[in-house]
Design a protein around this ligand. Structure first.
Ligand code: 719
Ligand code: MG
Length: 214
């Protein structure tokens, strides 16, 4: 039977990356996506911006919406401080199964908590289920029309504190117009656009970094 792209991406990691070496996993995925098949990972160019934001925030608690194959979860996790953790939500069980194996190959199972389910269902339960008070950093990279409703839900559920950082992928391509309009005009956020390119292409895209002001 025909394999899926996530399955082929995992095979490339297992073939080309060193077990327990997260940066070799990131490199193997980027090389697979540049040389073999495009895939919707945040990628190496926007990934450097992600790295700089993670390093600056030095987060103890990170939430990621949309794990896909685990590329950005691995990229974030290898920059976390010793007790830092990332909770990443993925509602497609096939993608979650691939991501779990990519995360295991990187040796980051202790730092990354992969939860299989929809953000809308899980955001209201995270505090009680995982003993998280608030998140220092949220990385939004799931369905683009869910960025805004999930941001409002995170506000309502008290998952954001003064200074929490939201980092949103794809605000230009595919685009998240309603999210951008809200976050750039809300007095409760201070936003900054980081111009870049759609992963592995020359098409414009970028990340929007927003600080929640409380
Ligand atoms: O569509 C893009 N990303 C979506 C990610 C989806 C992953 O996240 C999972 N997911 C989705 N919604 C939820 C959810 N909650 C919401 C539903 O309840 N809760 C939990 N998990 C969720 C899916 O199962 C997938 O694993 C994209 C496209 C391009 C692109 C650009 C140009 C092109 F030409 C083509 C494509 C570039 C990018 O960087 C992109 O991120
Ligand atoms: Mg993306």
């Amino acid at each position: 039977t025909q394999s899926t792209r996530p399955q082929r991406l995992l095979a490339a990691v297992q073939k080309n990356a060193t077990r327990g070496d997260p940066r070799s996993v990131v490199l193997a995925i980027d090389q697979f996506c540049r040389q073999k098949e495009w895939a919707m990972n945040v990628g190496d160019e926007k990934g450097c911006i992600l790295d700089s934001v993670v390093s600056e925030v030095n987060p103890g608690a990170v939430l990621e919406l949309g794990t896909y194959c685990g590329y950005s979860a691995v990229r974030i996790a290898c920059l976390l401080p010793p007790h830092g953790k990332i909770i990443t939500l993925e509602f497609n069980p096939d993608n979650a199964a691939i991501a779990r194996q990519v995360i295991a190959w990187a040796g980051l199972e202790e730092k990354i908590q992969l939860v299989v389910g929809a953000s809308g269902d899980w955001i209201p339960k995270i505090k009680e289920q995982f003993g998280v008070k608030t998140f220092d950093l949220v990385f939004l990279d799931h369905w683009k029309d869910r960025y805004l409703p999930d941001t409002k839900l995170m506000e309502e559920c008290g998952l954001l504190r003064e200074g929490s950082i939201l980092l949103a992928d794809n605000v230009i391509c595919p685009g998240t117009p309603d999210y951008l309009e809200y976050i750039r005009n809300s007095p409760r956020y201070k936003s900054q656009y980081f111009k870049s390119h759609l992963e592995y292409t020359k098409v414009e895209d970028g990340l929007e970094k927003s600080v929640f002001l409380g």
